[in-house]
Design a protein around this ligand. Structure first.
Ligand code: SF4
Ligand code: SF4
Length: 301
């Protein structure tokens, strides 16, 4: 099946993904039995991919001080774009290599441990900031997988250390969440709270919130793997502005917030209107108290 594997990976890269690796022995990665059948792998092989969002489409945030900022990776819906591209690829694979429509299922932002999948098949290595760093596009990628209904030889994990002596992300994290050993203290991580994982935000995080509405990227922005030119995949799916007037957000009803973010990378079921409102209030509070951090988009330096 070597030819089939090569062809599948070639077609995947042609479709705009920057990495395409094969994972076999998928039963090791099944989510807990409590997860419903439709969200289990139940397939001998996974095609694991990375779609780059790159660093070539970053808009300058509004010059309006105190606005709530959305990180570049969340301004377009790269998750949906990855799903859309894998669904199109699955049609090609079905006609070329067989199987039914149900045999090809896409996983993206799913219960699967994407980081472990990516590590095992060599899609990338874990950096000190705990993110998967791919050889071609650093950590500026969305990871997605497609089930394949036939066995293929799995790819091996990459060997090496992507960080070596570098500790830039440890120093850049405003809340000291990056431990330096490839893990982060999520209870110190701004993005953990901005994603709606906890309602109560400790003061040592809230005080360093800065302008984040969604997407804290200090630990990615400084990474040398992300600082070379990386071309992002084209997508016009669900464009969001770089920043939003916090007063406008606070004046919105729950329904209006849902409608505003519907279909976008912030329109996820677990990110509720009250989470967005809470983040907005913290942006306002930080601005009012002059809590703009060095490195914030609108900070003096
Ligand atoms: S996302 Fe922000 S708060 Fe979290 S580890 Fe990275 S820099 Fe620190
Ligand atoms: S900034 Fe440096 S230490 Fe952190 S993930 Fe990137 S290479 Fe590793």
């Amino acid at each position: 099946m070597t030819d089939v594997k090569e062809e599948i990976c070639r077609l995947t890269l042609e479709a705009g993904f920057c990495e395409a690796r094969i994972l076999s022995g998928t039963e090791r990665f099944e989510p807990p039995a409590s997860v419903n059948a439709g969200r289990r792998i139940n397939s001998p092989t996974l095609l694991v991919t990375a779609l780059p969002y790159g660093n070539d489409s970053v808009e300058t945030p509004s010059a309006q001080a105190g606005w709530a900022v959305i990180a570049p990776f969340a301004r377009k819906n790269y998750y949906r774009e990855a799903i859309r591209r894998l669904q199109k690829l699955s049609q090609v694979f079905r006609s070329r290599f067989g199987g039914t429509k149900a045999d090809y299922r896409v996983f993206c932002n799913s219960p699967l441990n994407e980081k472990l999948l990516a590590l095992t098949c060599g899609l990338g290595m874990v950096g000190r900031n705990s993110l998967i760093i791919t050889p071609s596009a650093g950590s500026l990628v969305v990871i997605a997988a497609l089930t394949l209904p036939f066995p293929l030889d799995g790819d091996s994990a990459l060997v090496g250390d992507p960080c070596r002596a570098c500790t830039l992300c440890v120093a850049a994290c405003p809340t000291h969440a990056v431990r330096g050993d490839g893990t982060i203290d999520r209870l110190r991580c701004i993005q953990w709270y901005a994603s709606g994982n906890e309602d109560a935000v400790p003061s040592y995080v809230a005080d360093k919130w800065g302008q984040t509405l969604y997407g804290c990227v200090f630990c990615q922005d400084v990474c040398p793997h992300n600082r070379r030119p990386i071309t992002g995949a084209e997508t016009e799916l669900s464009l969001l502005p770089a920043s939003i007037d916090p007063q406008k957000l606070l004046a919105m009803t729950d329904e209006e917030i849902r409608a505003f973010f519907k279909g976008s990378a912030m329109g996820l079921s677990w990110l509720k209107p009250h989470h967005i409102r809470s983040s907005t209030l913290r942006v306002l509070d930080n601005f009012t108290r002059g809590g703009v951090r060095k490195g914030d988009p609108l900070s003096p330096s």
